[in-house]
Design a protein around this ligand. Structure first.
Ligand SMILES: C[S@@+](CC[C@H](N)C(=O)[O-])C[C@H]1O[C@@H](n2cnc3c(N)ncnc32)[C@H](O)[C@@H]1O
Length: 273
């Protein structure tokens, strides 16, 4: 049975409170289809029974499961191409130059989904910058969804997921065929670590990053939460570091703490000093 408007509103508030994601009513079909999967998994009679349980239980893992089930996890290897081209051609060479004394680089794939973004960067660094082999290079991937974090940690992707963005030459060099798809090689997986983290809750102690990819997550969150989130990103970014947003995302107009840079028609941001 379908939920009532009042139940849908309860769910929208639950999702927004715990993830800052705004569930637009035009996405109600999505809300119900994702909930049906949770209902099936829990062996419940229907969505209304699930909502009744949510309302009567103290907030805990069931609420978290429901909130995480509402996230949109669309991603792919080398998504949009051009940010990776800019990193390869300009941004990483400049960082290597600047970090030569420390021989240390830190990157953050914030909202990493199932990990393809972090692994694309690991592959790019390995493929094009062999001198980094004996540097201390780490890529942190974080996401609200524990299910996605576990997928990212496993580093196993289906033929279809691999075909979406990973060229066969790189696939054959950096992944091995396993029963149901491709597993990235330990040399790539060991550059990345994945942790569940809500970007809109107070952040734990994190390193200062040389590059942050905050792509295709801001579009799901409210304007007010976006501004908070960007201020946090600013605090986590080295003065000469870079921030990429998704290609349909922009900084709010009053966000004067970042400077927009354009190189070969590609936009990225750096902290304003
Ligand atoms: C569309 S995916 C983007 C993945 C990747 N960055 C890309 O561009 O391909 C959005 C991801 O943001 C995550 N997300 C949504 N709200 C979040 C929050 N408050 N904190 C952390 N991650 C969040 C979702 O779980 C989802 O995996």
């Amino acid at each position: 049975m379908k939920c009532s408007e009042e139940e849908r509103e309860y769910l929208r508030v639950l999702v927004q409170t715990h993830s800052a994601n705004v569930m637009d009513p035009s996405r109600d079909y999505f809300l119900e289809s994702r909930l049906r999967a949770v209902v099936r998994k829990m062996g419940l009679a229907g969505i209304r029974e699930l909502i009744a349980l949510l309302r009567h239980r103290p907030e805990g893992s069931l609420h978290r499961t429901v909130v995480e089930a509402m996230t949109i996890n669309e991603t792919s290897f080398f998504r949009d191409g051009f940010p990776f081209a800019r990193m390869e051609e300009n941004l990483i060479p400049r960082l290597i130059q600047a970090r030569r004394p420390q021989r240390r680089l830190r990157f953050w794939s914030a909202a990493c989904s199932s990990g393809q973004e972090a692994y694309s960067l690991a592959i790019l660094l390995t493929e094009h910058f062999p001198e980094l082999q004996d540097w201390d290079v780490r890529i942190f991937g974080t996401d609200l969804s524990q299910v996605m974090i576990e997928r990212a940690r496993a580093g196993v992707y289906s033929d279809l997921e691999v075909a979406r963005g990973l060229p066969t030459t790189l696939r054959d060099r950096y992944a091995m065929h396993v029963g149901n798809g491709w597993n990235l090689l330990p040399e790539i997986r060991s550059m990345c670590s994945f942790t569940r983290l809500n970007l809109c809750a107070p952040l734990p102690l994190l390193p200062v990053f040389d590059g942050i990819l905050l792509r295709n997550v801001m579009l799901y969150i409210s304007a007010e939460d976006r501004a908070h989130l960007l201020r946090r990103m600013h605090r986590q970014l080295a003065p000469d570091g870079f921030l990429f947003l998704g290609c349909s995302e922009q900084l709010p107009p009053d966000m004067g703490i970042f400077e927009m840079r354009v190189e070969d028609n590609v936009y990225y941001y750096s902290p304003k000093i």
